[in-house]
Design a protein around this ligand. Structure first.
Ligand code: MBD
Ligand code: FE
Length: 257
């Protein structure tokens, strides 16, 4: 019987041992590294660190067996219970003067036929680079919503532009990126999507702004070419046009293989 836990763990340990040997890692360095992992766990940043360094690879692997649109990393800030929205996300008074955007597009199935009543969860940052429901006691109904697609599979919802986002950089993850590795802790401005429709495989993705700052240097390396949306502006409003083609649901037989 194949034992996946054994096989993957053994391979992982083998890969790490290879790095320790190749770089002649000293006992002191090893101790420092182990203590750093402890510190990361104590600071509750294991998920953040995994998002920064590894999530994008899992998504790449998953994308290999998608025929329709490709997925992107989820990030740590999805929340259940966003309000159902029809025309616009809720905008805070502080952000009312911010530049607007329209998120629109169409959901189709593997045949290219429209998928009506798909539910698209969208979430993005405030104009100040914060997430509602997570930061500064901003109520979660802002900049989050569940959009139901129309009969023709389309959706069209207004909001304000998100901005580049600095991941929490005061803990071990930021310390590792900035101080020890000489990198930065910024992500380009982005919108998160989670599309779900009965009978179809769901998809989690992100959209980025063509030409946007950090699009070429995301600290999470989460930017795929087909997630950078071209610059469309109508009546001074940035249009984020993102169509999704959904895959057929993966049968449990295939999934268990
Ligand atoms: C985010 O907003 C995000 O999208 C990711 C991937 C990681 C940290 C913060
Ligand atoms: Fe995000």
């Amino acid at each position: 019987m194949a034992n996946r836990a054994h096989d993957v763990t053994q391979a992982l340990i083998g890969a790490v041992r290879g790095v320790l040997k190749e770089h002649r890692v000293t006992f002191d360095e090893f101790r420092t590294g182990s203590a750093f992992l402890m510190k990361t766990a104590e600071a509750n940043e294991i998920m953040l660190m995994v998002d920064v360094f590894l999530s994008t690879t899992i998504v790449d692997v998953e994308n290999e067996n998608r025929k329709g649109s490709s997925a992107s990393i989820q990030g740590p800030y999805f929340l259940e219970g966003a309000p159902v929205v029809t025309d616009a996300l809720a905008i805070m008074d502080d952000d009312k003067a911010s530049p607007r955007m329209i998120m629109r597009g169409k959901i189709t199935d593997h045949n290219g036929d429209p998928v009506s009543n798909a539910v698209i969860d969208v979430w993005h940052s405030t104009a100040g680079g914060l997430y509602s429901g997570i930061h500064d006691n901003i109520p979660l109904e802002y900049y989050r919503g569940k959009i139901h697609t129309k009969d023709d599979g389309s959706y069209n919802v207004e909001s304000i532009l998100p901005v580049p986002y600095q991941i929490p950089n005061t803990g071990p993850t930021g310390e590792l990126l900035e101080k020890h590795m000489g990198l930065h802790s910024w992500r380009p401005a982005h919108i998160h999507y989670w599309v779900q429709a009965d009978g179809h495989r769901d998809i989690i993705s992100q959209a980025y702004f063509e030409g946007g700052e950090y699009v070429d240097g995301d600290c999470c390396e989460g930017v795929g070419d087909d997630h950078i949306l071209p610059e469309i502006v109508e009546n001074g409003v940035r249009i984020m046009e993102y169509d999704f083609q959904l895959d057929q649901v993966v049968s449990t037989v295939q999934a268990a293989e």
